[in-house]
Design a binder for this molecule. Structure first.
Ligand code: GLY
Length: 264
């Protein structure tokens, strides 16, 4: 007899295409939500849904991740990505080169005893798990400077946050933004999953994602949590967040333009 998993939760997904991006980049985000939603609807896991969504956005040259990752001061394309789950797993890679879908490399660290790998070591780790080296074109765009992210919840109640970025145009080689830093660019626990987008240094200084998550414990709802997160920044520092809790629909909020979309 086949084992059946009792559905205890309503599947949901929310994605963003980066703070500073305009409505013209919305189609890539909508496509990502659709892909993740299809997986959730057919009983797939939040991990598979979040990864599928981020891969679609990494493959969209209009967005700043994977193929559209911003070019560094030395002409290189170095990408950061991270995945965190509500059951306590985390994996991240930073400054990886020659890798179109860094999110898939970060995901392989979820079951590893190493949390974060950077630079040459990250690329060698990708070689070892069979992810081919490929040229990543990158983008010199100066606007719409930031990151893609997804938060998904599956019918078992598992929540997963996945986030990927090319950083900001002209940043030094080796610079690490908020995305691979746990508690800063992303957070996920049994209460809430959050992904941040914006100026990585500012988000890291404020440890936004984990501090926002703690407000759920204090009884605030998701809208309050997002507003509180945004209000920690002056208006000239562009930031945005998406979040999803154990119930209901995901939400996105930014102090600038930010394409985002959700399904429940
Ligand atoms: N938020 C992405 C970065 O600053 O690298």
């Amino acid at each position: 007899m086949m084992d059946t998993v009792e559905a205890i939760s309503m599947p949901a997904i929310v994605c963003h295409g980066g703070a500073g991006h305009s409505a013209k980049d919305q189609p890539g985000v909508d496509a990502a939500v659709e892909a993740g939603w299809e997986i959730l609807q057919s009983g797939g896991t939040a991990l598979d849904a979040a990864l599928a969504a981020v891969v679609i956005m990494e493959d969209d040259p209009a967005l700043n991740a994977g193929t559209g990752g911003r070019i560094r001061a030395d002409g290189s394309v170095q990408l950061d990505a991270a995945v965190m789950t509500s059951n306590g797993q985390f994996g991240a890679i930073s400054c990886i080169q020659q890798t179109k879908n860094p999110i898939l490399v970060a995901a392989k660290l979820l079951d590893d005893n190493v949390n974060i790998i950077s630079g040459r070591g990250a690329r060698e780790f990708a070689d070892n798990i069979g992810i081919a080296r490929e040229k990543v074109e990158g983008s010199l765009k100066l606007t719409g400077n930031d990151t893609v992210g997804a938060v998904a919840r599956d019918e078992t109640g598992l929540m997963v946050v996945a986030s990927s970025t090319g950083g900001c145009t002209g940043m030094p080689a080796g610079r690490i933004g908020d995305v691979p830093l746990i508690g800063a660019g992303l957070w996920c626990d049994e209460r809430i999953g959050i992904a941040a987008t914006g100026i990585g240094e500012q988000i890291t200084l404020k440890m936004s994602s984990v501090r926002m998550a703690d407000r759920i414990e204090e009884g605030y709802d998701i809208e309050n949590v997002l507003n509180w997160g945004i209000n920690q920044y002056p208006p000239d520092v562009e930031v945005g967040f998406i979040a999803l809790t154990t119930e209901g629909e995901g939400l996105g909020l930014a102090n600038t333009k930010m394409p985002w979309s959700s399904k429940v």
